[in-house]
Ligand binder design. Sequence first.
Ligand code: NOJ
Length: 594
Amino acid sequence: MFIRLPGRLLIVLLLLAGCSGKKSSIQQEDRKWWKEAVVYQIYPRSFKDSDGDGVGDLKGIISRLDYIKSLGVDVVWLNPIYSSPNDDNGYDISDYRSIMKDFGTMADFDSLLKGMHDRHIRLVMDLVVNHTSDEHPWFRQSSSSRESPYRNYYHWWNEERGKPTPRWSFFDVNSDAWKYDPVTKAYYLHYFSRKQPDLNWENPQVRKEVYEVMKFWLDKGIDGFRMDAFQFVAKDTMWPVLPQGYEQHIIRYYGMGPHLHEYLQEMNREVISKYDIMTVAEGAGSTLDDAMSLVDPARHELNMAYHFEGMDVGNFDPDYNLLDFKKVYTKWDSAFEDKGWISIYLGNHDQPRMLSHWGNDAPRYRDASSKMLTTFLLTMRGTPYCYYGDELGMSNIKFDRISDYRDISTINKFMHLRQTGGDTAAFIEEQKRSARDNGRTPFQWDEGPNAGFTTGSPWLKVNPDYVTVNAAAEEKDTSSVLAYFRKAVWLRKSNPTLVYGKYAVLDRDNPSVYAYTRDDGQKKFLILLNFKAAPGSFILPAEIDLTGAKRVLSNYPAAGGGQKTAEKKATPGGTQPLRPYEAVVYELSPRNSD
Ligand code: NOJ
């Protein structure tokens, strides 16, 4: 119940609140549910199979909603579940308004959404509108005749014009984004695979169709969209020749094309502004200004974006440079300090597993390094995106043979190398670190056959480490990676300081420890993370006093012995040692706040 106060009394009360004690830096109007959310990403093919066909499905997810709830997360992002011939596992959509047969029916979808909402979990769906499948009725029509009313839904280059200006393709065996179609004697554009023709966003009819699709799902009650490859939708249709080697800097040349902001503002006017939803762009251009231009609230475009720069650090080298990593995250945080919002993630369906990529999957370090990375994700400022299975410490499967891979990206690169006499053996070795299928193996529910994922034959092999790394085993162990994940989520959810508080990096040049504070004037946290397998240390700055600090989260027992032993804390200017992959979060006593 709200109590109405006379205006003047309200102002006096607000002034008094402002003068009394500490002021929070969080303005009420800046608080948003999607900033405070913890997102859990589910790759539906691999989460839980309910009917034994080896492919995860919606009923499978429904059967595990209580598990998802138990994690403490409050938003689920589902990778595409629409009808698709699956050239790129659902990112090639043949009908935006129906559910892929492998995954179930619209009735299953409705029960899934209800089940989530009953548990106060919101649902964000993938919106894939840079391209459709070549089996989508629009493309079927478009490719049937040059006179088709759908011709202009896609980008065509008639053969009389000669060869099209070269464009590079992410997944094409020959990296060629133009495919010749003999039926109408023209080439069509596909930035991704040949079965993923790019939509022509210059055509207002295409945009209108997309807005109708968005409304269809929003009217069902979903809570937002993750917008696939959205920075690529706007193209320079004068098709200028791009400089030599442009494909090495593809985002610079393909991202943020002409009219992108006009399209987004139109979409915002027509759809987004009418719902209380979360909208997150995949990719954020190639500069901080690009990213800001997508999410600056004054521009009325999107809520948040995720950038790729963090993912690019070290190029999958397990010995990546922590200084570069810190620099990237610090730079991105500071660019959004005053306005705009970003997300934080360390893995997703396009990446290898978080543990193998950024931590250490050797049995000795799996536990500590998974927990350390979870601590990072849940104590940074952007909205954290946690990828299914990372809460257990799942790792890269590291296939030895190309026949084990299912991902078009790996398979087509391999074919290209084979056709051109490249080093396929070196490629297979490299894919053990970088391939997307590493992050797509089935969820490890228990130690039964196929890790309890399916009673059939799984579409992608289960990681053999499931015998020890599985949810059932971790449920029984109060010190498991899973138990820690829940504690870290709870810590974030119960402390708005960890969402909104100012981030300040400490000891920038420390090559193994990432240390920072989060401070909103109400509370202050110090986060110490040793990113290395060797012991590290951190020199406590003079302005930070650990006396009276509470150790609110850590992945090791207190230093100096068991939990009961008094913890050794450094004095200002002193050295705080950190064990391999140790993570500690201190809540500092009030005297540390400005
Ligand atoms: C980005 C998606 O995350 C990826 O999985 C997909 O292959 C491409 N976009 C094409 O849709």
